[in-house]
Design a protein around this ligand. Structure first.
Ligand code: NAD
Ligand code: MLT
Length: 529
């Protein structure tokens, strides 16, 4: 991937100072502005290439729409639910997080809430401060021998499990992705939620917030639990349905809740926070010196590595870029973009592309099939007014445009370098181009029915002419171009010259008006590579 240039970054929240230091040490100008209102952020964001947030800044679609220069949104933390990732992707903006920097801190707070629920520590401490000595009221229960159900067995779920096992708890869990044998390796027996609910003394949720996890614990699932089950949410507000939780606490079906997160933060509705059986924290899961130092440092280092073209870690919406950092892949991306651009210019008279088939050929092209498709589409769509395609957004832009894209790979192309073939239909006409990389430079091997005698270097100013290749073509074109002050630098002809075929002419500059070629050729296109 060509290095992405990030010159200025806005940090809109309290992020560990190491973040600023690392960015500045690497020549990036940093502005820190906290507690900005949405309108202020909308007005400000256009001045920056990068934005660093924690969870308080809501990076909504209207903020992204105003972010004319933004190339990256760095989330110093795990959840990216405060960022409209779809809107960012469509705008070609990378969204990056630091998924493991606060795992231990969030897991430790979860364990602290489980322990506090078992022994009423916060309530007892408050009572003591009021001058009371109430030993009966705060009778607790041991964790030893109890069952902890963990919903979401990712990074944090795993750390919670291993810690609570040291208290003698039996840990059971559910995760649709983590394999049963993997979680069994850290002592968690997986089962369906139907089997899990009735067995638990404690339930802790550790999933992302997404449609399938909203209200995972609701009236129905509380109904399936043991009476008096205690629940913890250190993940995201809403995974445990808040209204259902209030009802379960009132009825005694739920014996207590430890909550670090809320649907609305800070919560205006105080019914949970004020409930005597609820222990709550103001979203403190990642609030440790260690987690903040790690997340601040990680997000800055990840951004710097990306800018330097070293690697791409933590991108949640641009996985295609991760494999594009080698010199070889950069050359292939240039090839894909160039072939796409050639086809775009040769079919410019057609209003829209209906179908595009991209075929990588040769064993050496096997691993690049995914980014080649994106690269070709970038070349094809770049001239379209109003959209700025890049490798991040081009697939969604193409989908919106209604292009039917297919991708294929065939093992052999008969050449050592491998090749990329693009066939497309636009306005009812078929076009084809096939290119390769030779000596580090993208070259065109075929254009529709023209198989070029020599590979055409896709560099500089190129004129593509469709004509019947009579002997006078070169001299007549040269004369016409000369009258416009344009010199011919190279001339590539197809091997077979029967019928109307494409020729490629390297020229000193592009023509002001391509239509002057009309008397000599059937079709013409020009392109600055
Ligand atoms: P993770 O991606 O490592 O793990 C999440 C797991 O949830 C994955 O294994 C996934 O397969 C599983 N999952 C997805 N859908 C599920 C479903 N329907 N049922 C059960 N499991 C499901 O994430 P993580 O780093 O462990 O973080 C977990 C949560 O904690 C996230 O919501 C994150 O935002 C939150 N978090 C909160 C704090 C805090 O300050 N309170 C700090 C860090 C992380
Ligand atoms: C996270 O998802 O990382 C946390 O919610 C912590 C935070 O940044 O506030």
């Amino acid at each position: 991937m060509a290095p992405i240039s990030i010159k200025s970054v806005l940090i809109s929240e309290s992020v560990d100072p190491r973040c600023r230091t690392i960015l500045e040490e690497n020549g990036i100008q940093v502005t820190e502005k906290q507690n900005m209102k949405k309108e202020e952020l909308i007005a400000e964001i256009k001045h920056y290439d990068g934005l660093v947030v924690r969870s308080a800044t809501k990076v909504t679609a209207d903020i992204i729409a105003a972010a004319d220069n933004l190339k990256i949104i760095g989330r110093a933390g795990t959840g990216v639910d405060n960022v409209d990732v779809d809107a960012a992707t469509k705008k070609g903006i990378i969204v990056m997080n630091t998924p493991s920097g606060n795992t231990i801190s969030a897991a430790e707070l979860t364990c602290a809430l489980v322990m506090s629920l078992s022994r009423n520590v916060p309530q007892a401490a408050m009572s003591m401060k009021k001058g009371n000595w109430d030993r009966k009221k705060f009778m607790g229960a041991e964790l030893y021998g109890k069952v902890l159900g963990i919903v979401g067995l990712g990074r944090i779920g795993k750390e919670v499990a291993t810690r609570m096992q040291s208290f003698g708890m039996r840990t059971i869990g559910y995760d649709p992705i983590t394999p049963t044998e993997v979680s069994a390796g850290w002592g968690v027996e997986q089962m369906s939620l139907e089997q899990l609910w009735p067995q638990c003394d404690y339930i802790s949720v550790h999933t992302p917030l997404m449609p399938s996890t909203v209200g995972l614990l609701n009236d129905e699932s509380f109904g399936k639990c043991k009476k008096g089950v205690k629940v913890v949410n250190c993940a995201r507000g809403g995974i445990i349905d808040e209204a259902a939780l209030v009802r379960a606490l009132e009825s005694g079906q739920c014996g207590g809740a430890g909550l670090d997160v809320f649907v609305e933060e800070p919560p205006k509705n105080r019914s949970l926070v004020d409930h005597p059986n609820v222990i709550s924290c103001p979203h403190l899961g990642a609030s440790t010196k260690e987690a903040q130092a790690r997340c601040g440092e990680d997000i800055a280092l990840q951004m710097v590595d990306m800018v330097k073209g070293k690697n791409l870690v933590g991108a949640v919406n641009a996985q295609v870029l991760a494999s594009t950092f080698s010199q070889e892949s950069q050359q292939l991306i240039k090839l894909g973009e160039a072939v796409g651009a050639v086809l775009q210019s040769c079919s410019a008279a057609q209003k829209s592309f209906g179908r595009v088939q991209i075929t990588t050929q040769g064993d050496c092209m096997k691993s690049c099939a995914r980014y080649m498709t994106s690269a070709v589409l970038v070349g094809l769509l770049s001239q379209d007014s109003g959209c700025s395609p890049n490798l991040i957004n081009v697939l969604s832009l193409a989908k919106e445009t209604g292009i039917d894209i297919t991708q294929a790979h065939c093992a052999s192309d008969g050449g050592a370098e491998g090749a990329c073939k693009v066939e497309m239909v636009a306005g009812g006409c078929s076009y084809k181009a096939r290119g390769s990389v030779q000596g580090g430079v993208p070259v065109l091997l075929e254009l529709s029915d023209s198989v070029f005698r020599q590979p055409v270097s896709l560099t500089g100013n190129l004129l593509f002419l469709k004509a019947s290749g009579g002997p006078q073509l070169l001299s007549s074109v040269a004369g016409l171009l000369a009258s416009e002050g344009v010199q011919i630098e190279s001339f590539s002809a197809p091997a077979d010259r029967s019928g109307d075929l494409w020729f490629c002419v390297g020229v000193s500059s592009l023509l002001r008006d391509l239509s002057i070629l009309k008397p000599l050729v059937k079709d013409a296109a020009q392109l600055k590579m």
